[in-house]
Every structure is written in C-alpha cells, then in structure tokens.
Design a binder for this molecule. Structure first.
Ligand SMILES: [Fe+2]
Length: 275
C-alpha cells in the first residue's frame, strides 16, 4: 500500500538538535512525483521522533511554521519563555510560530513523539502566543464512524490551528486519540481528495482497508488515507483494544456569515478533478 509506512522503514535524521526522527510522510511535490511518502496536501511532514534519556533538544524557534507534538511514551520537561512544564505520555503540545521550545528527557527511557509540521501562510494571525499542552484523557469522549471512541488531543481554537485572516482561510484539524474495541468494524466511508487524514497505530492492531487494498495496521505504522483513495475502513480483528493517534487537516474558506466552506483543490488526474 503506497500510503502505509512503518516509521522504522523510513530514513532517519536529526531535528531540534538532538532528536532522532524518521519522517514518514511529506507534502506531495507535483514537480517530483513518485517520491516515497510524499502524499500529503496540507501538512509539511509527519514524523516519529525520540530523545534519549538525559538528553535535551536544542532551543528551537520556528519562523512561519507551527508544530504539533504528541508524546507516545516517556516523560520529560518542556522549556519555553514561560518556564518549565512537565510532559508525559498522552500529552499533545502545540507550538505556534516564533515560540522558543526545548524538550528535556528527564526520565529513564526514551521520550517518544509524533511530530506534525505545517507551514503558516504569510500574514496569518495565529491566536496562540505560547505553547499549549493538552491531555486527551481529560477531554470529552466522542463516537466516530460507529465503532470508534475518541477523545480530542486538541479541541476548540487549537482545533483550527492555522488562521489566515487576510485571506479568510482556516486550516481545520481534528487531532484525536482513537480507541476501538476487539472484534469491531467501522463503517467504510469516502474522503475528498483535499484532506489529509493520518492514522498512526499506538497499541494493538487492525485490518485497514483503503480503497481496494488492505494492510495489517501494526503499532508504529502510519497510513495516510486521502488523497490516495476514495474510502477506507478499520477492523479490529483481534481480542485486544487498539489505540491510534489521528490527525485530519483540510483548508476551509470563512464565509460572511462565519460558516466554513471546504476549499477543494483536487489532485490533477484524481476522480474529483475529472468531475
Ligand atoms: Fe476516514
């Protein structure tokens, strides 16, 4: 399956000085089609990373970039201009542009992250001026696609992370942790081609059907559902619950009445482009 990659099969590099990362997916580049993992439309990169015990990252400031982290395992400290804040498994961390941030692994095992990097368009007014820390365990539970139980990692304003007020565009997000009980199946549903939807398996496993392909979705594997396929379903065929990190991103236009209209930018040659 073209849009399924295990993080350990991806090339490694350094980020934030001392974090070892493996970039799983990047934004598609029409000038260079066929690059492995270059399958996203709205997100620059989706990576898995870790800091070794006792190691700190180098203070890092992003210009024109926002980052969303999810702590997959371990514990540590986030250091910003506001001081030190403890972080641990289950925390989501949103870092807006121009905010210095340093991670310190204060535990005795690797501090492991998922990292989502997005470009913030020039002229965009980002409401958050400091790093935000959330824990999905404290957020309300929802039900999605019949059999998923989900809790938002970020809800409310950070759920619409990129606000481009000048152009009245909003990049809307769902950032969730999803749980699915044993022997359950979700409904099969289509996606529009302008949306990025990534499933990263944290615990357990399932059968993920994407279009006419299927793969055993194991921990450490990420699947980008759209735009590579018109639809998908996830089946927990095991006798253990599965748990996944989920992020979806699509760009909307803000109308005069405050409502949102999805901005469709179908891929050349895609089903939507042919309509
Ligand atoms: Fe979906």
């Amino acid at each position: 399956m073209k849009c399924a990659r295990h993080w350990l099969d991806c090339p490694s590099s350094l980020t934030h000085g001392n974090m070892i990362q493996r970039v799983i997916f990047t934004r598609e580049d029409p000038e260079n089609p066929g690059v492995e993992g270059a399958v996203m439309r709205n997100i620059e990169s989706f990576a898995r990373a870790y800091l070794e015990p006792g190691v700190s990252s180098v203070p890092h400031v992003n210009r024109g970039i926002q980052e969303t982290f999810f702590v997959v395992d371990g514990e540590g400290i986030l250091l910003t201009d506001d001081g030190e804040q403890p972080i641990r498994q289950g925390n989501g961390i949103y870092v807006p542009p121009d905010v210095s941030h340093t991670f310190i692994n204060s535990g005795n095992k690797p501090l492991e992250f998922v990292i989502v990097v997005e470009v913030v368009p020039n002229g965009t007014e980002v409401e958050a001026k400091t790093a935000l820390i959330s824990n999905y365990c404290g957020n309300p539970m929802g039900i999605g696609h019949w059999k998923f139980l989900d809790r938002a990692v970020f809800a409310g304003t950070p759920n619409e992370l990129i606000h481009d007020r000048k152009n009245r565009m909003v990049q809307r997000h769902a950032v969730l942790v999803v749980v699915m009980d044993p022997m359950q199946t979700s409904d099969s549903h289509p996606h529009t081609t302008d949306k990025d939807e990534i499933w990263y398996m944290l615990k357990g496993e399932g059968v993920h059907v994407v279009g006419e392909e299927m793969v055993i979705h194991k921990p450490g594997m990420a699947i980008q559902v759209a735009p590579c396929s018109p639809g998908h379903t996830l089946i927990n065929h095991t006798d253990e619950p599965l748990m996944a990190f989920y992020i979806a991103a699509a760009v909307y236009r803000v109308e005069d009445d405050g409502s949102y209209t999805r901005v469709l930018e179908p891929l050349p040659g895609s089903r939507a482009a042919k309509k």
